[in-house]
Design a protein. Structure first.
Length: 64
């Protein structure tokens, strides 16, 4: 868990898949779901842009 936290501070945009790959490069065999569970337990989530769904729809063509 300590290493996941260190990697998250170094790569705050990394999700469970990227953290799993980084850990495997260091020789730590761990599954993606286990990394995701530990991230949830530590209240860690990747930083990424979320879609802006609050845009008004453009007006349609005039019907008259």
């Amino acid at each position: 868990m300590r290493r996941i936290d260190e990697l998250h501070l170094e790569f705050p945009f990394a999700g469970s898949r990227m953290l799993r790959d980084l850990l495997r490069q260091e020789g730590i065999e761990i599954g993606r779901q286990h990394v995701a569970t530990l991230m949830k337990k530590m209240a860690i989530e990747a930083i990424y842009r979320r879609p802006n769904t609050s845009k008004p729809t453009p007006p349609g063509p005039d019907m008259f």
